[in-house]
Design a protein around this ligand. Structure first.
Ligand SMILES: C[S@@+](CC[C@H](N)C(=O)[O-])C[C@H]1O[C@@H](n2cnc3c(N)ncnc32)[C@H](O)[C@@H]1O
Length: 391
């Protein structure tokens, strides 16, 4: 049985979740009855043929094609919302390519391929024939990307692992938040507990165990021991960013995601952490529900990403909110270039821009951080309102 869900799902989806649950129970049994939350999150999202990103569910809504009252999938990302996002980003990408004297773009976790499509379209229009590489861990999404990007078949390639050396522009939109996190809780007597998952004979449950010394040490460096406080730490994303320092020889990575600097991330009032699940456009924090049918994410600690970049030998080239970044990079001009599109398209464009830039939507919660080396001066997207000093 999947863990309880009050959300109506099809018989096929229910059967799929039952297979994922059976796999996770077998995994728990092999591991002696308990696995860390990060292992649980990894399998629930990426177990081959079973996990949320590794099986065939729709996942992303496409507001331009779906009936607005009945969006498909589970969530909407900025590239799915409107091509204006990718077209604007392309201006920043073009500047990075110029500065690094390269035509290479590498996107991690390209989802449906929408961002790659829009960036290639915008760069082609400027006469920049970029080479686009994609590293995607989901075989299902890779197949969707290959269909969507067929027009650039001679210039788009897929990688199985990070390159050994790369110069150009790296991108990852909403990828860091999808990497498995450790879930921790402070006990009343200030001991750090690592949250894991068990099967109680009836359902999956959380069970806390004293955290290993390394985890306890890393968390204690970042926040005080606060009773009844739980949160997450994304060691995989940190190691991914550090690793980039070994292969990004010249250029910049634009990492876009929802999150905060550390003082906000581990703020005493954020005592329930940032875990968030998405299923059929509902957001909630029950990560053990309906395994395989829902996305599981955690917000990003951008201070940790900046520290990891510095440890890996990269510079932090800029950090700001998504709204500020898009306006700096030329969203208004890109919009004007569209001219009159007809009443329906104009209205859709206005709604999308409002979502991308409004403080109440993605404009403030989403941030852009640029990490790299060999780049001179301020990058376009950070020329005004750079918030590196808040990290
Ligand atoms: C929330 S989706 C975002 C998709 C897309 N970037 C967008 O904005 O629509 C997360 C994506 O990251 C991919 N992913 C997660 N971890 C990854 C990793 N370590 N390397 C590459 N892709 C990864 C997932 O398979 C998925 O395509």
């Amino acid at each position: 049985m999947p863990a309880e869900t009050s959300i109506p799902v099809s018989a096929d989806a229910l059967a799929h979740s039952q297979r994922v649950s059976a796999f996770l129970r077998a995994r728990l049994e092999q591991a002696g009855g308990w696995i860390s939350f990060s292992d649980w999150m990894h399998d629930a999202l990426y177990a081959p043929g079973l996990g949320y990103y590794a099986a065939g569910s729709i996942k992303f809504a496409d507001p331009a094609l779906d009936d607005p009252k009945q969006l498909k999938g589970d969530f909407v990302t900025a590239p799915q919302l409107t091509p204006l996002f990718g077209w604007t980003l392309a201006k920043q990408v073009a500047e990075i390519l110029r500065q690094s004297d390269s035509l290479n773009i590498l996107e991690f976790g390209a989802g449906s391929g929408a961002l790659a499509h829009d960036i290639l379209t915008a760069l082609d229009a400027q006469g920049i024939a970029a080479h686009y590489q994609i590293l995607e861990v989901s075989a299902d999404l890779k197949a969707r990307q290959q269909m969507r990007l067929g027009a650039w078949a001679d210039r788009v390639t897929w990688l199985d692992q990070a390159p050994t050396s790369f110069s150009g522009c790296v991108m990852a939109n909403e990828v860091l938040d999808a990497m498995p996190v450790e879930f921790f809780a402070w006990s009343d007597d200030a001991q750090l507990m690592q949250r894991g998952v068990i099967w109680d004979g009836d359902q999956f449950q959380y069970e806390d165990r004293p955290a290993p010394d390394t985890l306890a040490h890393l968390v204690a460096q970042r926040m005080p021991a606060l009773p009844d406080y739980r949160s997450e730490i994304n060691l995989q994303a940190e190691s991914w960013v550090r690793g980039m320092g070994q292969w990004l020889t010249c250029g910049a990575a634009l990492l876009i995601d929802y999150g905060f600097p550390r003082h906000e991330y581990y703020h005493p009032q954020r005592h329930r952490g940032t875990l968030m699940c998405h299923i059929q456009h509902l957001a909630h924090d029950n990560a053990l529900m309906a395994p395989g049918l829902q996305d599981i994410t955690a917000h990003v600690d951008f201070t940790a990403m900046a520290d990891a970049a510095l440890t890996g030998g990269l510079e932090v080239l800029g950090y700001t909110a998504q709204a500020r970044f898009l306006l700096n990079a030329g969203l208004a001009e890109v919009m004007m270039q569209q001219g009159e599109l007809g009443a329906r398209s104009n209205a859709q464009m206005r709604v999308a821009i409002q979502k991308l830039t409004s403080e109440a939507e993605m404009g403030e919660l989403f941030k852009v951080i640029a990490l790299g080396r060999g780049i001179e001066g301020d990058l376009l997207g950070f020329r005004r309102g750079d918030r590196r000093d808040s990290l």
